[in-house]
Design a protein around this ligand. Structure first.
Ligand code: NAD
Ligand code: ZN
Length: 251
């Protein structure tokens, strides 16, 4: 039996599969990942600077760059791909407990995954939050201000610094989000990491919970990850090709 057949069988047997997704599931939608060969940081290591919270808070020029990057982001026109859709199909079998995603692009929900099953570990680019008063608003209310020439749009409630509702380096994940992710992982009988280099914590550490409980771990990623040796199967095929096949085998 090939690894692909084995994984399809495990997906078909699972009662509470949990999936951890990363930027790699969205590359086929035209959104570059960070650390893959075409990744944002692979090509421009300096880009990490503006996604570090202390730099963002300290320097209006960093905020200007960050807003310009948001405005130019491929996220606004990206469509879900076959990988996202395969997870919607898999949810329909009743075997998928949760999608824990490191992605901020909202494409799982756009594909049709049930919102309450998608846990956005690193927040969402589709909202903005005031770093002073916590006021949250849809991103489409702020991007027109950038287009109109504002480089550092203040919060309309309190004048504070606005930022996309995403987790930057140096920012803690929301405690309730981690709790939900850990609880889902604790209850999982299969854990599948898809399109993630498993280098960002605490997200990657969810694999450790699965491993500690003896839950089967599957990794679907083009490049090696630090967890490959712990995995029961590692598939290196493109996600948009392999995931629909795996799910078809599980339906
Ligand atoms: P990463 O860039 O570190 O790793 C992505 C992995 O996916 C790479 O190892 C790459 O080889 C693999 N990959 C890319 N396309 C693939 C494909 N079609 N098939 C199989 N494998 C593929 O991403 P990460 O682990 O998610 O960590 C990056 C961080 O950046 C996350 O915290 C996330 O919040 C953020 N991010 C999000 C997006 C998004 O929302 N789409 C995009 C870039 C970065
Ligand atoms: Zn405010």
């Amino acid at each position: 039996m090939t690894d692909t057949d084995a994984v399809a069988g495990w997906l078909a047997e699972a009662q509470a599969a949990v999936v951890l997704t990363g930027a790699g599931i969205s590359t086929e939608s035209g959104i570059p990942d960070f650390r893959g060969p075409q990744g944002v940081w692979t090509k421009n290591p300096a880009a990490q600077f503006m996604f570090t919270i202390d730099n963002y808070l300290a320097d209006p020029q960093v905020r200007r760059q960050a807003w310009e990057a948001r405005l130019a982001s491929p996220v606004w026109t990206a469509e879900p791909n076959a990988g996202h859709r395969a997870l919607v199909e898999y949810e329909r079998t009743g075997r998928l407990r949760a999608i824990l995603t490191q992605n901020i692009d909202g494409l799982h929900q756009a594909a049709g995954s049930t919102e309450s099953r998608v846990v956005e570990l690193h927040g969402t680019v589709r909202e903005v939050v005031c770093l002073d008063c916590g006021d949250r608003n849809p991103m489409p209310e702020v991007l027109p201000r950038i287009e109109a020439g504002e480089t550092d749009p203040p919060c309309l409630e309190c004048g504070g610094i606005l930022k996309s509702a995403t987790i930057s380096f140096g920012q803690e994940l929301l405690p309730e989000v981690i709790e939900t992710a850990v609880a889902a992982t604790r209850g999982a009988d299969l854990f599948v990491a898809i399109g993630t280099s498993l280098g960002v914590y605490p997200a990657a550490g969810l694999c450790d919970y699965a491993i500690a409980r003896g839950v089967r771990l599957v990794i679907i990623n083009a490049e090696p990850t630090p967890y490959d040796d712990d995995a029961d199967a590692v598939l290196r095929q493109p996600i948009g090709e392999v995931l629909p096949r795996l799910v078809a085998g599980a339906a």
